[in-house]
Design a protein around this ligand. Structure first.
Ligand code: PGA
Length: 255
C-alpha cells in the first residue's frame, strides 16, 4: 500500500556543486519549478556549508524544504569536523539522510546509524535511513542484509515516532551507475521492508513510514518506478543537480 500522505522527493546533492553561487542558483531554479506542485514534499540536501546561503535565498517555510546529508548525534563538544542537529536547526533543516552507502563505505556502522536516528528524531527532525545491498545473490541473502540494516537502525525506537522515519531503499549497484532497479524489484523490496517494519511495530504503525527508492532515478524511469514500484517517492542523486530533471521526477510521483 502506498501512503495517503504526500509523496516525498529528496535531492541528495552529495559533494556538489563547487560554489555557493551555483548552489543558490540551483536551489532557486528548483523552487521556481516546483512551486506549481503542492502535493509533493520536496527536500534538497546540499552540502552543509551551503545551507545558510540557500535558506536565505529561498526564505522560510517554503518548498523545497532543506535536508542535511549527515549529522552528529551529540549536541556539541569535541568532535572536530562534525555538525550537530541543533546547528542544522538554525537553518530550519527538516530532514537528515542517515547511513547513505557512501558514508557506510567511509566507516559509518549500524550502531552509529542507530544513534543518529535517535538523535534526529529527538531533535524533531525526520530521519531518512538508507539501506541497500551491495549485490543481489541468487539465494536472496541480500534480504537478510536489508532486514538487519532496518532492525539495527530502528533498535530502541518507539512506534509513536515512526512518522519521523523514512526508509530509502538504495541498492549500491544502482547508485550513480545508470542501472536502476526494475520497478518489479522495487515493488518486491517495498513489500519486504513493510513486512520487516510490521513484524517489529505492527501493521498500523509500520504504515506511517514512507518508503523511498534511490539509485539512478531519472525523468525517464521515475514514472514506472513510482507506479509499478509503488514507493512513496525517491531519493535522487545525480539528477537532483539539474532543476529540469528534478522537477520531472517530482511530477512523476503524482501518479
Ligand atoms: P544517484 O544517487 O541518483 O546518482 O544514483 C542516489 C543516491 O546516492 O542517493
Amino acid at each position: 500500500m502506498q501512503k495517503i500522505t504526500n509523496p516525498l522527493v529528496v535531492g541528495n546533492w552529495k559533494m556538489n556543486p563547487q560554489s555557493i553561487e551555483v548552489a543558490i542558483r540551483l536551489a532557486r531554479d528548483i523552487k521556481k519549478k516546483i512551486v506549481r506542485i503542492s502535493s509533493v514534499d520536496v527536500v534538497i540536501a546540499p552540502p552543509a556549508v551551503y545551507l545558510g546561503g540557500i535558506r536565505e535565498a529561498l526564505g522560510k517555510n517554503t518548498q523545497p524544504m532543506l535536508g542535511a546529508q549527515n549529522a552528529h548525534p551529540e549536541k556539541l563538544g569535541a568532535h572536530t569536523g562534525e555538525i550537530s542537529l541543533p546547528m542544522l536547526k538554525n537553518f530550519n533543516v527538516g530532514y537528515v539522510i542517515i547511513g547513505h552507502s557512501e558514508r557506510r563505505a567511509e566507516g559509518e556502522t549500524d550502531d552509529m546509524v542507530n544513534k543518529k536516528v535517535h538523535a534526529t528524531i529527538k531533535n524533531e527532525l525526520t530521519a531518512i535511513v538508507c539501506v541497500g545491498e551491495r549485490l543481489r545473490d541468487h539465494s536472496a541473502h541480500y534480504l537478510n542484509h536489508i532486514e538487519l540494516q532496518i532492525r539495527s537502525a530502528c533498535a530502541g525506537l518507539s512506534k509513536a515516532k515512526l512518522n519521523q522515519l523514512v526508509v530509502a531503499y538504495e541498492p549500491i549497484w544502482a547508485i550513480g551507475t545508470g542501472n536502476n532497479a526494475t520497478p518489479a524489484d522495487v515493488h518486491e523490496m517495498r513489500l519486504f521492508i513493510e513486512k520487516v517494519l510490521s513484524d517489529i511495530y505492527g501493521r498500523t504503525y509500520a504504515a506511517k513510514v514512507r518508503i523511498l527508492y534511490g539509485g539512478s532515478v531519472n525523468p525517464k524511469n521515475a514514472y514506472a518506478l513510482m507506479k509499478e514500484g509503488m514507493v512513496d517517492g525517491f531519493l535522487v542523486g545525480g539528477a537532483s543537480l539539474h532543476a529540469d530533471d528534478f522537477y520531472e521526477i517530482t511530477k512523476a510521483t503524482l501518479v
